[in-house]
Design a protein around this ligand. Structure first.
Ligand SMILES: Cc1cc2nc3c(=O)[nH]c(=O)nc-3n(C[C@H](O)[C@H](O)[C@H](O)COP(=O)(O)O)c2cc1C
Length: 170
């Protein structure tokens, strides 16, 4: 089983979030965690049992490179990933700058392909909200990093439940 984290970034904020998502997803038997910059990603990556997409918020949406990957992967992956697990994270320049809308643009594409998507209800009211996935404004702080780790961990939990596999013994 594979969890692939595909991210775009220009100034490194989204990459730092991706690293935290990867840390959270590690530690489950039988699950390989792969982190890829969008420039290194290919349509085959969308076939992973878990797919987490991270984008800087660009004009309230995912970046064009990420959307291009979705557009170019239809033949390879569309309709072949029913029941696979998907999630999203985004870094924006400001509060209210559209990071949640960006998440929704990613979740919409994931659902369109057949992924089951989720957010993090457990962070409500604890200084960071992550209802549609993990968000950060600029450089992710401690709480945002924690939410990213949890996003990765939950992806691994759900992939394990759907496809078999157990948490490694401590
Ligand atoms: C082309 C472009 C469009 C952007 N659009 C938005 C936006 O709509 N809302 C926002 O809050 N920030 C916007 N930003 C700021 C980035 O989302 C922000 O700086 C983010 O942290 C960059 O992530 P990165 O360090 O991973 O590249 C934009 C930046 C660029 C370069």
């Amino acid at each position: 089983m594979k969890i692939t984290i595909i991210y775009d970034t220009k100034t490194g904020n989204t990459k730092r979030m991706a690293q935290a998502v990867a840390e959270g997803a590690e530690g489950f038997e039988g699950i390989e965690v792969i982190m890829k910059h969008i420039d290194d990603a290919s349509p085959e990556d969308l076939l992973s049992e878990g797919l987490v997409i991270g984008s800087p918020t660009y004009c309230g949406l995912m970046t064009w490179k990420l959307k291009k990957l979705f557009d170019e992967s239809v033949k390879t992956a569309w309709g072949k990933v029913d029941g696979h697990i998907g999630a999203a994270f985004s870094s924006s320049g400001g509060l209210g700058g559209g990071n949640e809308i960006s998440l929704c643009s990613i979740l919409t594409s994931l659902m369109n392909y057949g992924f089951i998507v989720f957010g993090l209800t457990e962070y409500a009211g604890r200084g960071v909200t992550a209802h549609y996935g993990a968000v950060a404004v600029g450089d992710p702080g401690e709480l945002e990093v924690k939410a990213c780790r949890r996003l990765g961990e939950k992806t691994a939990e759900y992939v394990s439940r759907m496809f078999g596999g157990n948490r490694k013994e401590e």
